[in-house]
Ligand binder design. Structure first.
Ligand SMILES: [Ca+2]
Ligand SMILES: [Ca+2]
Length: 447
């Protein structure tokens, strides 16, 4: 064990010194801006189980192959951000075999797309041994000595976290022991050791949505995976972000709806293919399912949009958010920035009036299709001033949201959606196609 008396926290100012992904500063927050009372689903019926809200120090944290975040302490684990502990050996039964060590030192999910036999495997470390699991099944040949797979990495680790290429220089694993960080290059199998004395000793570490977190005590500190730099106000209390704890929330928590009860306000896909869904005061980014889907308040990304949205679409690196008769346009480079002079009225911006149910732009097209009741209007986005070029009746009404992608057009209505091949097919259709049920992959609901 290491002395955890390190008090020095490196806190430079907030100047961004390198390109960081959008949504900087987003920690998992299980209760974004929702006013439901908290604690209703926290019933822990066995007094023998450890309580993560008591301020414990986790042994290890890692996502599993499906994106569920796993938190380990002693012989127990928690899956996800809420719910009670369970014995670790119920999920990973061989972890007990080593003389009942009863804990893990470190864990991470391998990022190695060049080697599908290893990619997404979950590695656990106990003393000088390691275990590789996929789909809760121990791989043949494990446990092994750490040296066999990771030459140059010490035993009795404190923490480990994967670091994909693009965030690190190459696909890597960061192994923590004391103030030393051993950066293991997955393809060259070489190790570079750095000393990050400004960071607290990390007792667990994890990656979430392109960000890196060192846990120490019941706190965590976000760090840059290459420089180790800490920017922002850290440490923070993990109980406010990585779990749902009574008295540690921001006034309530967001519950993901069942797909059969789904009701979204808007959906849109950006130029990079990332999908966003909007419902009430929150939004979710759908490409992040490997990190666990997670809801954020809309105001966290688009702070002027304070009362939800009616329709959203992306066009030429800008996002258009429509609410009532207002249109907000944000540049999408780095942070979202509201374009000067906005919001403007629908009439001024798109030449239309009245409530908008949904809107979509197809890839590489310059026309936005706006759905209002049983009418669809096409507006040429290259024209000045913008004006509708086509108005067609629709065989459907009360559409909640719409998007257009390589798979065609999806019109969402409650828990179902309608699929059309193209805007022309939609414009020509006289009867609605058979609706299909919305799935988890489409909008992040629970099945
Ligand atoms: Ca540990
Ligand atoms: Ca809508």
């Amino acid at each position: 064990m290491h002395a955890r008396t390190q008090k020095e926290i490196y806190k430079p100012n907030r100047t961004r010194t390198r390109a960081e992904p959008r949504n900087v500063g987003h920690e998992p927050d299980p209760h974004p801006g929702d006013t439901d009372p908290i604690g209703t689903d926290l019933t822990v019926d066995s007094a023998a189980l450890p309580d993560r809200c008591a301020g414990i120090e986790f042994d290890a944290i890692t996502p599993d192959e499906k994106g569920n975040m796993l938190f380990f302490k002693g012989s127990h684990l928690w899956t996800g951000y809420r719910g009670p502990a369970q014995p670790s050996n119920e999920s990973f039964k061989e972890l007990d075999d080593l003389h009942n060590i009863g804990h893990v030192d470190a864990a991470f999910r391998m990022h190695n797309p060049e080697n599908p036999d290893d990619h997404d495997h979950i590695y656990f470390f106990q003393d000088d041994k390691m275990f590789s699991y996929y789909n809760h099944t121990l791989e043949d040949g494990y446990p092994k000595e750490i040296q066999e797979d990771f030459p140059g990495i010490p035993t009795h680790l404190d923490a480990a976290v994967e670091c994909p290429k693009g965030e690190c220089i190459a696909d890597s694993v960061l192994f923590f022991k004391g103030n030393d960080v051993h950066v293991y290059d997955v393809s060259t199998k070489t190790v570079k050791t750095k000393t990050w004395s400004h960071l607290p000793v990390c007792t667990s570490a994890t990656r979430w949505l392109e960000h890196y977190y060192c846990f120490h005590g019941h706190n965590f500190t976000r760090f840059h995976p290459v420089s180790g730099e800490v920017s922002g106000d850290y440490p923070k209390d993990a109980r406010r972000y990585f779990m749902t704890c009574p008295n540690f929330g921001h006034g309530g928590h967001y519950k993901v709806r069942k797909c059969s009860e789904a009701k979204i306000d808007a959906i849109a896909t950006d130029d990079a293919g990332k999908s966003y869904i909007f419902a009430g005061p929150i939004y979710m980014r759908l490409d992040t399912h490997r990190d666990g889907l997670h809801a954020f308040p809309i105001t966290k990304a688009w702070k002027e949009v304070t009362s939800g949205v009616d329709a959203v679409f992306f066009y030429t690196n800008k996002i258009y958010l429509i609410k009532g008769d207002q249109v907000y346009i944000y540049k999408t480079a780095a942070h979202y920035t509201l374009i000067e002079g906005y919001p403007k009225t629908l009439k001024e911006e798109l030449g239309i009036e009245g409530h908008v149910d949904a809107a979509f732009v197809c890839p590489n097209e310059h026309t936005v299709h706006v759905i209002q009741g049983q009418t669809m209007r096409a507006v040429d986005l290259t024209a000045t001033p913008r004006a509708e070029t086509q108005v067609v009746p629709m065989p459907l009404s009360d559409i909640d949201a719409a998007r257009c992608s390589a798979e065609g057009i999806h019109l969402f209505k409650g828990s179902q959606y309608y699929n059309y091949e193209s805007p022309m097919m939609l414009a020509l259709s006289k009867i609605a196609p058979v609706p299909q049920n919305i799935t988890k992959a489409m909008i992040g609901c629970e099945e």
